[in-house]
Design a protein around this ligand. Structure first.
Ligand SMILES: Cc1cc2nc3c(=O)[nH]c(=O)nc-3n(C[C@H](O)[C@H](O)[C@H](O)COP(=O)(O)OP(=O)(O)OC[C@H]3O[C@@H](n4cnc5c(N)ncnc54)[C@H](O)[C@@H]3O)c2cc1C
Length: 443
């Protein structure tokens, strides 16, 4: 007699439910309570989860790494499908060089597995982000400036459980519409991704160099020089990451506001190359700092070989979590038609007037010009600008929210849209990779 598979779920009010509900990067988890949470281990269990939701008329929210700042996976009275334990074995085909991973695998798990076999895939910059949400957002992966968003050319096919509970394969030829929709739909995707086929290339060495400048009295001219210098940096094999933060960001006794009021500007270039000689050429545009900024340089870290762990640690120093950090985020994708002058004026408040001591601003040249016939992620963009607002005391929630809304409503004037991972439809309407529609798989 065939055994009937059981789906394990945690109902609201049972032991472990609240801990699992709150498993997000952001401490600021909204008061939204799914009826049940399930952590399927296999695609067959995901099918059972969809059928269970359909039987009850529940909406389904899907969580992989839980790094959506807005905890989008929570649906009131719905079903939360957590893919953390799903299809956990990574496989690699030596003939095609394609690996098959789970949406629940983290950047760290995939990168370390591939490194152990001498391969590379441009996952994101944070080790704890999961591949599922990262690829559906489009994926601002490592060394994106040369080869575009990761989902654009590094994903071969997907296994998806549809809203009917059917398991389908989606690629350029089969269920091509489901495949087209995935990169850039973010929380609007209308299926559960259960497996992802990713392309890989040979691993190379990692290098980086950083200059930290006290930008307090020179912010706009400094940003101009940085933007102009970016154009001299070759596009392939480099990441350009510029970040603003308060000088006393790491002060263990620091309060909500910065006491120093000094805004530091980090110029960081990460390089994927075969040798230090090659990396030196790629990093050379930063070797001459104009005289007018020299006295403001706080630290220079010359080009040095790096491990993934070191790069992830650096990222985490700007985006800490696990100690009560509350987050709100907004971003713009800069319209390619905008002049440097207009851009600098429009984004200075977002990068310079940070609303709390722990907040940081990010500017990344991207120069990405996708084609909407290839994928839903289709906004041409020359840069990504964001502010990651961080604070700890809930009493500051509304002040920070208001600052962010005002600042990005202004910055939006030079934008062609927003990175879908930063889109909070409750906060600000903005054009994402495509017109995000609230289609949930239970509908
Ligand atoms: C510290 C930090 C660093 C970041 N760094 C980067 C970066 O370097 N590059 C970058 O591009 N982005 C970055 N992001 C943004 C991040 O990639 C997106 O928020 C992404 O959506 C997170 O994916 P997740 O699976 O971890 O999050 P989740 O919150 O689990 O997922 C986000 C949304 O994606 C959908 N989703 C997730 N899994 C599935 C699935 N299996 N099937 C269908 N839908 C699914 C759900 O709607 C879910 O609400 C960062 C975010 C944080 C917090």
């Amino acid at each position: 007699m065939a055994t009937r598979l059981q789906l394990d779920t945690l109902a609201r009010g049972t032991k472990g439910y609240e801990e699992l509900r709150r498993r997000f990067f952001n401490e600021r988890v909204p008061d939204i309570y799914p009826a049940e949470i399930t952590s399927p281990k296999t695609t067959a269990e995901v099918v059972m989860a969809v059928k269970r939701a359909r039987e009850h008329g529940w909406k389904i929210g899907i969580r992989s790494g839980g790094h959506s700042f807005f905890c989008n996976a929570l649906k009131e009275g719905g079903l939360l499908v957590d893919t953390r334990n799903l299809n956990k074995t990574i496989t690699f085909d030596d003939a095609t060089k394609i690996a098959v991973v789970s949406p629940g695998h983290t950047v760290e798990a995939v990168t370390m597995y591939l490194q152990s076999i001498g391969r590379f895939f441009p996952a994101g910059h944070s080790r704890t982000v999961a591949i599922g949400g990262f690829l559906l957002a489009g994926g601002q992966g490592c060394f994106q400036r040369g080869w575009g968003y990761t989902a654009d050319s590094w994903v071969e096919q997907l296994e998806v459980v549809t809203s009917d509970g059917e398991v389908v394969i989606a690629n350029k030829k089969q269920n091509a519409d489901l495949f087209w929709a995935a990169p850039g739909s973010g929380p609007g995707y209308f299926g559960i991704v259960t497996r992802i086929w990713i392309k890989t290339i040979p691993q190379r060495q990692l290098f980086d160099t950083t200059i930290i400048v006290d930008s307090t009295d020179i912010f706009k001219p400094l940003l101009r020089w940085v933007i102009e210098t970016s154009r001299k940096v070759p596009k392939y094999g480099v990441d350009l990451f510029y970040c603003t933060f308060f000088a006393d960001k790491d002060d263990p006794n620091g309060g909500h506001e910065s006491a120093s009021k000094r805004v530091f500007f980090a110029i960081n270039e990460t390089i994927f190359a075969d040798s230090m000689e090659e990396a030196t050429v790629l990093g050379s545009p930063w070797s001459v700092i104009p005289d007018e900024f020299k006295s403001c340089v706080v630290t220079t870290v010359p080009l040095v070989g790096r491990t993934w762990e070191e790069l992830w640690d650096l990222q985490e120093s700007f985006q800490p979590h696990g100690n009560g950090e509350r987050w709100n985020v907004d971003s713009i994708l800069v319209d390619p038609k905008i002049s440097d002058d207009d851009l600098i004026d429009a984004v200075t408040p977002a990068l310079y007037d940070l609303p709390s001591r722990l907040s940081s601003g990010t500017f990344c040249p991207i120069d990405y010009y996708p084609n909407e016939t290839d994928q839903s992620l289709s906004l041409p963009q020359k840069a990504y600008v964001s502010t990651m607002c961080c604070w700890k005391d809930p009493k500051h929630d509304s002040t920070v929210d208001e600052w962010l809304l005002h600042t990005y409503t202004e910055a939006d004037k030079v934008s062609c849209g927003i990175y879908v991972a930063d889109l909070n439809v409750e906060h600000r309407k903005a054009k994402a990779s495509f017109d995000v529609i609230n289609v949930y798989i239970s509908e």
